[in-house]
Design a binder for this molecule. Sequence first.
Ligand SMILES: *[C@@H]1O[C@H](CO)[C@@H](O)[C@H](O)[C@H]1NC(C)=O
Ligand SMILES: *[C@@H]1O[C@H](CO)[C@@H](O)[C@H](O)[C@H]1NC(C)=O
Ligand SMILES: *[C@@H]1O[C@H](CO)[C@@H](O)[C@H](O)[C@H]1NC(C)=O
Ligand SMILES: *[C@@H]1O[C@H](CO)[C@@H](O)[C@H](O)[C@H]1NC(C)=O
Length: 434
Amino acid sequence: MVMCWMKLRTFLLIVGFFGILLLIIQVHLTPGDEEASILENEPVILWWTPFGSDGTSRTCGKFRCHFTQDRIYRNHQNLKAILFYGSNLEINDLPIPRAPGVQWGLLHEESPRNNLMFVHEAALKLFNYSSTFSRFSDVPLTLVDLPGEEDLLNKKFFTPTNEKNRLIKEENLSPLLYLQSNCDTLSERDLYISELMKYIPIDAYGACLNNRNLPEHLRSNYIENLNSDELKKFVGQYKFTLAFENAVCDDYITEKLWRPLIVGSVPIYYGSPTFKDWLPNNSSAVGVQDFESPKHLAEFLHQLMKNDTAYEQYLPHKLAKTGISNDRLLRNLRKRPGELFSVFEYYYRTFQCQVCEKIHRNEHRTASRKEYNCEKPDGRFNFNGKTVKNSWIDAWNMEKCTGVLLTEYLLKNEGFRSREFNAKKMKMFKTNEC
Ligand SMILES: *[C@@H]1O[C@H](CO)[C@@H](O)[C@H](O)[C@H]1NC(C)=O
Ligand SMILES: *[C@@H]1O[C@H](CO)[C@@H](O)[C@H](O)[C@H]1NC(C)=O
Ligand SMILES: *[C@@H]1O[C@H](CO)[C@@H](O)[C@H](O)[C@H]1NC(C)=O
Ligand SMILES: *[C@@H]1O[C@H](CO)[C@@H](O)[C@H](O)[C@H]1NC(C)=O
């Protein structure tokens, strides 16, 4: 019995020993394998903010690069570029000192709401490639929220005009829908819409300006179900949908515009001043910027409410034979492969490949303001003579100091502690040095 136990113990020990040995070998082999797969002179591109990059080499056109998110590659002799995802970028976690010949790339589809730093050129200039909502970036993400051409044309969620009229008359629906739960915005949309409400009925279902409850079946978690068929069908019942972005930036267009276009409710749009360049047809939406005031806009909408022919001219992508008549939109949508697992994945892979090709071709540059061009909130919606100070304005101004200070450190190629950085930043801000 004792013998048996001894043997068993020895056996377990041996098994355990080999197990640990195997584990050690494996731990050492995995990065070694990745390392071994990199060809001589093959550029290494490192995602500093982890981004589903799998530590493999890929072919991009005629070229090959190695993509990784393992920070061990920070010191690799082939490292040529470091890429960042804007929303996750933290200034006290940057690869400083920056090695000469290592380019930085920024991927950021979001508005400044997620990271205010990039509205200032000082911060943008730290990068050599960009993929933002702007058409001037290397891989524009303007259409990242638009599923496809077919979605704009089909009538899956469409409600015909006579039915919309009936709903207004018999079911007490307002002509306009507002569905938003983020109310304190750079674009100050709620100020405009609360003024508009004085002149035309609006059903506001979200947390912002709420005056009505969603039907029971849509009520729970509507924010997570924004893309559900039920919600689309619901939005489609409205003649108009208020489509106001949370920030005003050139080419920053989100599902707020696309959803009403897809379901066939006419968007009343505020956001990117250049949005008409991306509409299916110039009369596919009503632009807030085309009206002197909310009152004027309301008068115009009342006209369309009275005249179905005039109203239907705002639905050409659903009702007219011309369909989509915007070449820029079509060209950009048709660049994408037909079946996509995820539109976003398509864009970020395209961006990494562009960076790879540019490295091989030695085409680098410094990013500039037009790649992230946003308007500073300035109390533009002051209707009753009183200007309301936007709660974002101090942070907006402060973030300029972040960019300026960061550039200073990078020029010296010096790292910093965040306490020291923040203290200096505050001082610069208070003495108006940025
Ligand atoms: C609509 O008109 C504007 C200015 O007139 C133009 O910039 C834009 O490209 C046009 N869009 C379409 C879809 O034709
Ligand atoms: C309705 O709108 C159409 C198109 O704009 C216009 O031709 C027509 O005269 C309008 N009808 C009335 C009664 O105003
Ligand atoms: C937009 O659609 C209308 C039909 O409503 C059509 O007459 C017009 O030609 C279209 N615009 C362009 C630029 O094709
Ligand atoms: C890349 O960006 C950095 C930071 O702005 C800049 O110093 C450098 O000159 C740029 N590289 C090229 C090749 O333009």
